[in-house]
Design a protein around this ligand. Structure first.
Ligand code: ADP
Ligand code: MG
Length: 320
């Protein structure tokens, strides 16, 4: 379910069953999984992003040297854990990189978004957060919190309603858990601007994901144009052309183009061989769909506090 669908569902008050008995907290939290990707094999990153990711990897690999042998733990007892924040445009590989990061350090990953953590029962959202970190500790897994802008938003200074208390309690719990946690935590968001300063200062590294440049686009197309696809032209020349004509597209959009292009040669009467015209048509389809979507989206995003309220299913004036 997309976060937008999720918010819509949450905006329907009839879906709020406030009289039900509270289920065991953790019900919505998934178990850790073994990552399917690694950074080296599956992710295309610009040199600037790669360097930041490499520094985070070095910090983890040489943790003992820095904190124990060199004694940095004396002045930075809270820096034992590694907290990364991946922010930037949608479709640029933040979720993929989080899973691949876990894969590259040989750890499992446990993912959660506000949809998994929130509970319509007072207090249970905080319990779910505690449980998430506990599971990560037991399973030695990387914690990945997607759509983190809602979780890490500014805490509310004038608390007038139960829901505001709930949001503040959730954020305070998250701060405490982050402080205690000794493993790796990765946040990802398309909107980092609303983060509370208390969170910003606890994050070891902020990594900004940009739309791919020419050489990254070429590498993305090369990755997507897998070896088994029959081509009737020079692959290298085709890749060069695709990189040049796909400026402004994210990695996800390049994948979408491939999804649109690949059935084309298999249509009735098709040759079963992918031609550049199939890819060009797919690119044109994607760009025209993008224009339609942008034209029909009057509201770009929701204010973080308001989004949290809505995500938790509570409206202004509600007294639960
Ligand atoms: N930098 C990248 N390297 C490799 N594949 C990418 C990259 N960016 C996007 N993709 C492709 O697009 C898909 C969606 O990307 P995702 O990680 O969900 O983006 P984000 O979390 O930034 O919105 C990925 O699973 C992958 O197939
Ligand atoms: Mg994502």
């Amino acid at each position: 379910m997309s976060s937008r669908d999720y918010l819509y569902k949450k905006l329907r008050p009839e879906l709020l069953a406030v009289t039900e008995e509270s289920p065991a907290p953790t019900a919505g939290i998934s178990r850790s999984i073994s990552p399917r990707f690694t950074l080296e094999r599956d992710v295309v990153l610009s040199p600037a992003i790669k360097q930041q990711i490499d520094e985070a990897l070095v910090k983890i690999h040489h943790h003992h040297t820095i904190y124990v042998t060199w004694g940095f733990a004396e002045v930075d007892p809270c820096g034992v854990g590694t907290i990364l924040n991946f922010h930037g445009a949608p479709g640029t590989g933040k979720t993929l990189t989080a899973e691949a990061f876990a894969g590259s350090i040989g750890k499992r990953i446990i993912s959660a978004s506000i949809a998994d953590l929130e509970s319509k029962f007072m207090g249970d959202t905080s319990k779910n957060i505690v449980q998430l970190f506990e599971s990560a500790r037991v399973e030695d897994a990387v914690v990945f919190l997607d759509e983190a802008d809602t979780l890490l938003g500014k805490r509310l200074s004038s608390v007038t309603q139960g829901i505001d208390n709930e949001v503040n309690a959730m954020r305070s719990t998250l701060l405490i858990e982050l402080e205690k946690h000794t493993g790796v935590v990765i946040f990802a968001t398309n909107f980092a601007r609303n983060y509370d300063n208390a969170f910003v200062s606890r994050i070891s590294q902020h990594v900004r994901f940009e739309l791919p440049g020419h050489s990254e686009r070429r590498a993305l197309w090369a990755r997507m144009l897998v070896a088994g696809i029959p081509l009737d032209e020079d692959r290298e020349r085709l890749l060069e052309e695709l990189a040049a004509t796909s400026e402004g597209l994210s990695g996800r959009e390049i994948r979408t183009c491939m999804r649109l292009a690949l059935p084309k040669p298999l249509l009735d009467g098709g040759t079963g061989v992918l031609h550049r015209s199939h890819l060009q048509e797919a690119l044109a389809q994607l760009r025209s769909a993008q224009r339609d979507i942008h034209a029909s989206q009057p509201e770009a995003g929701l204010d973080s506090i308001e989004a949290t309220r809505k995500a938790l299913g509570i409206h202004q004036g509600s007294n639960i």
